[in-house]
Design a protein around this ligand. Structure first.
Ligand code: HEM
Length: 524
């Protein structure tokens, strides 16, 4: 059916099919008739530019709302699809809330899917005077150049063998995280301070650094970490904070360097300098190792990227740090909140984890990590209840009819799935944290069905879809599984405060409540 709804872009495929299969020619006709019969793009509901501009000013209906509240209002005001006009040179964007449209968009995105949202990064990289990023825009770029970079890094990053390579270094970082919790928690109450998200950020930053820069940077290990490591961490924070203001809110940065853009650009300069320095140090380390005849069958991600191209190694280090810190921290904070509020699920998870360990103090092996179904279900369920992003972005890869409207190729689209993830018709008892819904059911299982059996697979895509899906997926799976497993084997986790509206939505979801978890040591 999908093929029938796509006109340009896929037409060539359909015509090719028609030459092989005479029936396929009717596809092309139906496809064209759907386009012909659809309502024009200009009839899409939505606010005018002026209404939108007013809405975001003081006293306006969208003023100071989080992204998810703005989207809730759009959905209420305009229905399942609407056109939000671009302000100050930003492109107009079609917002869609209907899963059938997501599927059509993904299925027709083509070989080099285009994802918006990273324009400030692209702008910075294009404007750099030394033209370092010329022909190497990294994974935040688009088109054939993105395709070239992505094809080069997929065999390096998306490999299962990374589990074997990074299990040890990540366990080391994890031990430091557990020690840090013991240091910072209050001796009486056993609670960590409300800014615990900062410590989670240190964990995820260090975990990504072990991959992107082939080393720990010392933020969790040392009381006085190296200044360049602290600066890199700070700059990643600045960058992620300014991303929302530049990439989502109306901004003039494309025409003049606004104060926020200047801050962003300074942070980018320093991130670039620090990553280049660390990559140069890694080159020296690797050279030393090989001159000492120390050959290792398992080359690290950085070594493999350096073998391809030094530039790519630097750009990928930056992209992994930008893509892999805040996202993973939000995910881990959500898992901890859910486990803390559901002690019986926490206990079930602990039993599974402990059953894998040969001794209480032993480390997890690659083999152990293979069979932890409840742990995986906990993570999946948590990403449903507390997703990291409100949806995903694409430019239409072909002329396509969505919800009865003609959407021309190249139109910016925002597919918002976060409301569907909480819909009781799709996930019965949707507001509850029930990891069991993700476990395979036995044929004779008579317990409640917790997942709509006709659920469309395009509703739940926490890591995106297709050739553009998250390139850090393998790494983050390991990181989250290890972190959660290590926390529940060491501590009983509680959260004795309200979890009403726990996240605010900017570019990503971020905790909106102080994360004062109580970590009580388990006695074995
Ligand atoms: C729980 C944690 C994470 C979540 C939920 C997440 C989610 C996502 C999503 C939804 C996308 C867009 C996919 C698409 O357009 O279809 C993405 C892209 C990306 N992610 Fe992740 N991510 C996470 C962790 C990481 C980590 C740890 C890294 C780095 C090691 C990383 C690096 C990237 C990069 C570089 C991209 C851009 C890929 C491209 O456009 O080719 N992410 N991620």
């Amino acid at each position: 059916m999908l093929r029938l709804t796509v006109k340009h872009g896929l037409r060539a495929n359909s015509q090719l099919a028609a030459t092989r299969n005479p029936d396929a020619s009717s596809y092309v006709q139906q496809l064209e008739s759907e386009w012909e019969g659809a309502k024009p793009f200009t009839e899409l509901p939505g606010p005018t530019r002026w209404q939108l501009f007013r809405g975001f000013q003081k006293g306006g209906e969208y003023h100071q709302l989080g992204m998810d509240d703005v989207m809730r209002l759009y959905k209420k005001q305009f229905g399942d699809i609407c056109l939000i006009p671009g302000l100050f040179g930003m492109p107009s964007t079609v917002f869609t809330f209907n899963v059938e449209t997501f599927e059509k968009v993904y299925r027709t995105e083509g070989q080099w899917p285009v994802r918006g949202g990273a324009e400030p990064v692209i702008h910075y990289r294009n404007k750099r005077k030394d033209e370092f990023f010329k022909n190497c825009m990294g994974l935040f770029g688009n088109g054939a150049e993105w395709g070239k970079n992505r094809s080069a890094v997929n065999p390096v990053l998306m490999q299962h063998r990374n589990v074997a390579i990074y299990l040890k270094p990540m366990q080391r970082v994890n031990r430091q995280f557990v020690n840090r919790i013991r240091e910072i928690r209050d001796k009486e109450s056993q609670e960590v301070p409300g800014d615990f998200m900062n410590t989670i950020n240190h964990l995820t930053f260090e975990s990504v650094a072990t991959v992107a820069l082939d080393r720990e940077l010392g933020l969790l290990r040392e009381a006085n970490p190296p200044p360049e490591a602290s600066k890199l961490f700070k700059n990643i924070e600045v960058l992620m904070d300014s991303f929302f203001d530049l990439g989502v809110r109306p901004s003039l940065y494309r025409y003049i360097p606004t104060p926020t853009y200047k801050k962003f650009s300074r942070a980018m300069d320093e991130i670039f300098d620090t990553c280049s320095m660390y990559v140069n140090q890694a080159i020296e380390r690797i050279d030393r190792k090989s001159s000492q005849g120390d050959s290792n069958d398992h080359k690290s991600v950085l070594e493999q990227l350096l073998q391809i191209d030094r530039k790519l190694a630097v750009v990928m280090a930056m992209d992994m740090l930008m893509g892999g810190v805040d996202t993973t921290s939000t995910a881990i904070s959500g898992i901890l909140l859910n486990l803390a509020k559901n002690p019986e699920k926490q206990q079930r998870l602990r039993e599974e984890v402990l059953s894998k360990l040969t001794s209480l103090h032993s480390e997890f092996t690659v083999e152990d990590m293979k069979s932890l179904p409840y742990l995986r279900a906990v993570i999946k369920e948590s990403l449903r209840l507390y997703p990291v992003t409100f949806g995903n972005a694409r430019s239409a890869g072909a002329d396509v009819v969505l919800d009865g409207y003609r959407i021309p190729k190249g139109t910016k689209l925002l597919m918002t799935n976060s409301f569907l993830l909480k819909d009781d018709r799709l996930y019965p008892r949707a507001k509850e944290f029930i990891p069991e819904r993700w476990l395979r059911r036995k044929d004779d299982d008579k317990s409640d069905v917790l997942m709509n059996k006709d659920l469309n697979a395009f509703i739940y895509l926490p890591f995106g879809f297709g050739p553009r899906m998250c390139v850090g997926k393998r790494i983050v799976d390991l990181e989250m599984e290890l972190t959660v497993a290590n926390l529940v084997r060491n501590f009983h986790i509680e959260y004795n405060y309200s979890t009403e509206k726990p996240y605010k939505c900017r570019f990503l979801y971020k905790p909106n409540i102080p994360l004062k978890f109580k970590f009580t040591d388990l006695k074995y």
